[in-house]
Write a protein that binds this ligand. Structure first.
Ligand code: CIR
Length: 254
């Protein structure tokens, strides 16, 4: 069974954290409608969706990916890099506890789930404005004893590692070479996005389907040409909050 944890969009999302984007007005109803389509897609792809109720005063709470890192054996509850987001984790942890043993990271470690890209037994962890060295060390401490490798990857041009690279196949990553040094992934097959669509590297793999943003048709065509089962979603309103496809769910094989 595949579970997807999501969270209702907060009415305060207009006050979300922004790092690389200018603030523009967000239509909460429209964003909620896009989020419902996202959840519908997860159901279509075989997930059982557990939606956590709204946290009205936590603007970024819809981006549940940042609250947790899931591996086969445990779930790591993060300590998000943005102080405004730290109160998001307890509600996510409560849901995860049904499926995995929980582990926690302590101050001064900070880590956002958006910085963690898992490929098999390797976890690539972005060293970013949100995830610090203590956060990466905490990941190693928790995961190396379980047989995982933890590899730090510098992230400077975008918010998270997964803004620049996501997994789209067993050992294949979709990357934006302008935002991350692709040599970090030299052991893997790499597919480069169309350079005119810098946000295209954040795609969501569910089973063998790859969910992409409607705004990135060229990268979508590139994936389709290679035989991928690609689905497209309109996430234009979500993008105004610097969110993308992976960040709106935590997917767990239960
Ligand atoms: C933030 O800056 O934290 C949110 N506005 C966006 C978080 C997006 N999360 C993700 O891509 N994993």
């Amino acid at each position: 069974m595949r579970i997807a944890i999501t969270r209702e969009v907060s009415r305060s999302i207009g006050r979300c954290e922004l790092s690389h984007l200018d603030r523009v007005p967000i239509d909460v109803d429209r964003l909620r409608a896009q989020h419902r389509e996202y959840e519908r897609m997860l159901v279509e792809l075989g997930c059982r969706v557990h939606r956590i109720p709204e946290a009205p005063d936590l603007p970024d709470a819809v981006f549940v990916e940042d609250a947790a890192i899931i591996v086969d054996e445990i779930a790591i509850v993060t300590r998000p890099g943005a102080a405004s987001r730290r109160a998001e984790t307890p509600d996510v942890a409560e849901r995860l506890a049904r499926f995995r043993m929980l582990r926690f990271v302590d101050e001064p470690a900070t880590i956002d789930g958006g910085d963690v890209l898992r490929v098999g037994r390797t976890l690539f962890v972005g060293r970013s404005a949100r995830t610090n060295d203590a956060g990466i060390a905490a990941m190693s401490r928790l995961l190396v004893p379980l047989g995982y490798r933890v590899r730090a990857v510098p992230v400077g041009h975008c918010l998270h590692l997964k803004s620049a690279a996501t997994r789209v196949g067993r050992e294949t990553v979709l990357v934006n070479p302008a935002w991350v040094d692709v040599r970090a992934f030299e052991s893997l097959e790499r597919l480069e996005i169309d350079p005119s669509e810098p946000f295209a590297a954040n795609a969501l793999l569910v089973g063998t389907a790859v969910v992409t943003a409607k705004a990135c048709p060229r990268t979508r065509a590139l994936l389709e040409d290679r035989g991928y089962d690609v689905r497209a979603l309109d996430v234009s309103e979500i993008a105004k909050a610097e969110g993308a496809l992976t960040c709106c769910s935590v997917i767990i094989d239960a």
